[in-house]
Design a protein around this ligand. Structure first.
Ligand code: OAD
Length: 249
């Protein structure tokens, strides 16, 4: 990666007045959380498991126990994970809004550790830290990641399920509305560790670009996103983000 490109990106960040981050699974990869799709990487979740079975309403109704066990396996991994240098670098920046596709709480943990700012974190795809009733009676429960409960029913008779967005489901309305509003008004979007293949989330990058924002992409794979205001940096977020923010507080 060219040093000039990194220097240019540092300057863009320094001049931003309303910056947002837009992250995906790659942000948490160096914390030991598996990504979903990654070139030929056989460890990526959707190389090993079937999203139709594990991340859809149809799959859940066909085999609810299998689905809950799978999410509880992911919860166990998350319970032992710590924020990495990329989370901490982002968390140290005052005045940023964070939009993420991740269902973990590692960015919130980093914000708590740094204690510098209470920047909002908009979770487009929900969270592993909560369950809700699949029959939509409105009942919700917080989940202890160390002791996630097995398949169980709500008092209304529906099954409880993780509060993550499955394929075919809508994103939480208020969250996506806030994220779109941020993408429309931001002057700099830092895109970290996403394959940008899943819509409507990935559309936020296009919204930012079409509204004149500078876009900096940090990813281990080159996605070939081009444009006068797009800077692509190829490398690990845990290494590149501390360099990008080296001159700020
Ligand atoms: P993906 O797994 O599709 O993409 C992760 C990206 O991060 C890939 O392009 C990797 O090359 C890159 N990457 C891996 N390690 C990295 C590192 N250390 N630093 C920087 N980049 C790294 O994940 P998402 O784009 O988040 O949906 O996937 C979007 C959605 O698809 C997820 O939210 C999930 C999934 O189905 C739901 O759970 C609803």
């Amino acid at each position: 990666m060219s040093r000039d490109r990194l220097t240019a990106a540092v300057a863009k960040i320094a001049h931003a007045s309303n910056p947002v981050s837009f992250s995906g699974a790659g942000l948490s990869a160096e914390s030991g959380i598996a990504t979903f799709r990654e070139g030929s990487d056989e460890d990526a979740l959707w190389s090993r498991f079937d999203p139709q079975q594990l991340a859809s309403q149809e799959g859940f109704l066909a085999a609810p126990e299998t689905v809950i066990d799978w999410y509880n396996w992911r919860r166990k991994t998350l319970a032992g994970a710590k924020p990495n240098d990329a989370h901490v670098s982002l968390a140290k920046q005052p005045g940023w809004t964070h939009i993420t596709q991740n269902v973990d709480n590692l960015l919130e943990q980093a914000l708590e550790i740094t204690g510098i700012d209470s920047s909002p974190v908009l979770h487009l795809h929900g969270t592993l830290l909560k369950d809700h009733c699949n029959a939509e009676c409105g009942y919700e429960e917080l989940i202890d990641l160390h002791q996630a409960p097995p398949l169980r029913q709500c008092n209304c008779g529906g099954y409880m399920r993780p509060s993550v967005v499955w394929f075919g489901e809508s994103l939480p309305a208020q969250i996506i509305q806030s994220a779109v509003a941020q993408a429309e008004k931001t002057d700099l979007m830092l895109v970290v560790g996403t394959s940008a293949q899943v819509y409507p989330a990935a559309g936020l990058i296009e919204i930012a670009v079409s509204n004149g924002a500078e876009v900096i992409v940090v990813n281990t794979e080159c996605h070939g996103r081009t444009g006068a205001r797009v800077t692509e940096l190829v490398g690990e977020a845990g290494k590149l983000l501390p360099e990008l923010f080296a001159d700020s507080c």
